[in-house]
Design a protein around this ligand. Structure first.
Ligand code: GCO
Length: 449
């Protein structure tokens, strides 16, 4: 394709120091599910269970990044992307989740890091992107308070082996999503359900976030340490007091419950009474061990949710009115395309005392049109452009935002959706592993040139 029109939008408008990147996650791209000593993760087990993943998809191979990483790093370079976010597979580094370390796993990530640096691309590591070692789940996983210790030991191994070259770290990815989906609803790994599992996991993950960050700070004093949160702009379905109150409860759960404790504000129990049940699991010293002074917070905003009061939904008394029911434009994930959500989220999180905010994920799943060896995905291009416009709007109004990472580099394994949702700037033919840069990737390349 020829050079794409980027005249109306260019990276210079965001400032010289604005960070541009692309994000991925180990389980979604690596494949090589048992290569070179890797242990099973909860997602290896969950995807092997019938009926859990749409169309029976699994990630045994995924994008085969484990073997084709150099090719994909070359593609990152071709797209002019200076920062690459990837996660470490805990069970590659520590197959049982605790010592001993698997040196082949360390060697693999050293190759990734060294190849990125040799290509002039800055590595950004996410330490936990949902793939808990299965052997730890057998011991209760995140519902076991020991998980805080297990995680800190794993972080220590990563810091010791990669901290000499990797300066940018994210501790946990989207705690609200993996605890909610994996320990309350049972629709993600490990498939647990119920409020007790959920609240135990919530508290232990929050403790682990601070503990892991402290471990990084101790071992890599100059590191740029952050952690990431899913966040969604929440609006009431109507202006009735019931719907407004319901929207506040959903906002508390989805946007405040995990971030406020690490900012030293404690759990927002006053605005979501069910959180008072956390007191059953909070030990006396815990409240002093929930906070950490992060260098940045990663926000991952894709859409907005519209909320209606509902007595039928326990604990929260609210229901989300889907994009489909509201007859609005949506992505293949069923998420409304609503770019102002990003502006509102930036405005909201600027009200907290946060040093730097980076959009560590934003992107869209739409079907790709393949024609004559090219991939047309103009909807994805427009989605990215429209969200960048919202960032510019926020910046012009004085709100801090310091970077933007597209989700994702290539189409990949989209958890319970399998490969049905394509988020990549680069198309993957999963039968041949052939990569093809999409229109959106070419636009982003020229936007960054
Ligand atoms: C998340 C995860 C990613 C997803 C992406 C699209 O935010 O849920 O970090 O792994 O694949 O967000 O859903």
């Amino acid at each position: 394709m020829n050079k794409v029109d980027t005249s109306f939008l260019h990276k210079d408008q965001f400032g010289q120091d604005f960070l541009w990147g692309v994000s991925t996650a180990a389980f979604q791209i690596e494949g090589a599910h048992d290569a070179d000593g890797k242990g099973s993760s909860i997602w290896d087990v969950f995807t092997s269970q019938k009926g859990k993943i749409k169309n029976g998809h699994h990630a045994l191979t995924a994008c085969d990044f484990y073997n084709s990483y150099q090719n994909d790093i070359d593609l990152i370079n071709e797209l002019n992307i200076p920062n690459f976010r990837f996660s470490i597979s805990w069970s590659r580094i520590m197959p049982t989740g605790t010592h001993p370390v698997n040196q082949a796993g360390i060697d693999y990530y050293n190759k990734i890091i060294d190849s990125l640096l040799a290509s002039g691309i800055e590595p950004w590591i996410t330490l936990y992107h949902w793939d808990l070692p299965h052997d730890l789940e057998v011991k209760g996983g995140w519902t076991n308070r020991e998980s805080v210790k297990w995680f800190s030991e794993y972080v220590e191994v990563c810091a010791q082996n990669f901290g000499d070259r990797v300066k940018n770290w994210m501790v946990i990815n989207e705690p609200s999503v993996f605890t909610g989906a994996g320990y309350f609803l049972g629709i993600h790994a490990p498939g647990k359900k119920g409020i007790t599992n959920y609240l135990k996991a919530m508290h232990h993950v929050t403790l682990a976030t601070a503990s892991g960050a402290k471990t990084l700070r101790k071992l890599i004093p100059e590191a740029n340490i952050g952690t990431t949160f899913s966040c969604t702009h929440i609006e009431p379905f109507s202006q009735t007091p019931k719907d407004i109150e319901a929207a506040k409860r959903v906002d508390t759960l989805l946007n405040r419950t995990f971030i406020e404790p690490i900012l030293g504000l404690g759990y927002p129990q006053a605005d979501l009474p069910v959180l008072k049940k956390l007191n059953n699991y909070i030990l006396e010293d815990d409240l002093n061990n929930l906070a950490f002074d992060f260098d940045f917070i990663g926000l991952q905003c894709y859409t907005r949710e519209v909320v209606k009061s509902s007595l039928l939904i326990p604990y929260i008394g609210a229901e989300l009115i889907s994009a489909e029911k509201r007859n609005v434009i949506a992505t293949d994930m069923g998420w409304e395309v609503y770019p102002p959500a990003l502006y509102h989220v930036l405005k909201k999180f600027n009200s907290y005392n946060i040093k730097k905010i980076i959009i560590t994920e934003n992107g869209a799943a739409f079907p790709d049109v393949l024609q004559n060896g090219k991939v047309y995905d103009i909807k994805r291009t427009h989605y990215i452009q429209d969200h960048l416009e919202q960032i510019l709007k926020a910046k012009k109004e004085g709100y801090n935002v310091d970077g933007y990472f597209v989700w994702s580099l290539t189409d990949n394994f989209e958890w319970a959706e399998g490969y049905n949702a394509r988020f990549g700037l680069i198309h993957v033919d999963f039968d041949t592993q052939q990569r093809t840069i999409k229109h959106s990737g070419l636009w982003f390349r020229d936007f960054l040139s």
